[in-house]
Design a protein. Structure first.
Length: 182
């Protein structure tokens, strides 16, 4: 099968059956492209995920674009982005056409109430996987905890967290490098 078509279908399938947005898609994207197809390595996936989170736009689309680019350049990124976005577009279009008739229906409201906890689990799952892959230890666990608390409790912009973490990593690398030479 053609890699363009195969990557489009993979992204379309993930986009079609993932409820909860980009973070809920991450474990499925990882399973499809890293574990099953082995088109990218786990380390490359973590790097792609970091880039996708720091780039403006929708996380799932950004991840798809970076994976597509890694596979087949610009054409690959366009194909994977379309594959990821098209199902959401079609689903939202269908919902917009029919939801007005069902929005007050108790069964529909109960279905959405039932879906919410599952979405939370889908978002939590990649966090724990990424922590393992990122080699977070008892010495470094404070970094994501403090970052999350700063964003959640104080309202610090994630941009400042990324800049601060990058600066901290640079300083640590310089200090570690200098102490290693001695």
């Amino acid at each position: 099968m053609n890699i363009y078509w195969e990557s489009f279908l993979s992204c379309f399938k993930i986009g079609s059956f993932t409820i909860g947005g980009g973070y809920a898609m991450i474990p499925l994207i990882e399973k499809e492209f890293v574990e099953q197809k082995k088109w990218i390595s786990k380390d490359d996936f973590i790097d792609i995920l970091a880039l996708a989170q720091s780039a403006p736009g929708i996380l799932a689309i950004n991840v798809a674009i970076f994976i597509g680019y890694r596979l087949k350049g610009i054409r690959g990124s366009i194909i994977t982005a379309l594959g990821t976005a098209l199902p959401s577009f079609l689903i939202i279009l269908a919902i917009a056409l029919f939801f007005c008739n069902f929005k007050d229906n108790t069964a529909v409201q109960n279905i959405f109430k039932g879906i919410r906890p599952a979405v939370v689990a889908l978002i939590a799952s990649p966090v724990f996987k990424m922590a393992k892959t990122a080699k977070i230890t008892y010495r470094t666990i404070f970094i994501p905890i403090i970052s999350a608390l700063l964003i959640w409790q104080i309202g610090v912009s994630p941009i400042w967290i990324i800049i601060g973490a990058g600066f901290g990593g640079f300083v640590y690398g310089r200090i570690y490098k200098n102490t290693k030479k001695s």
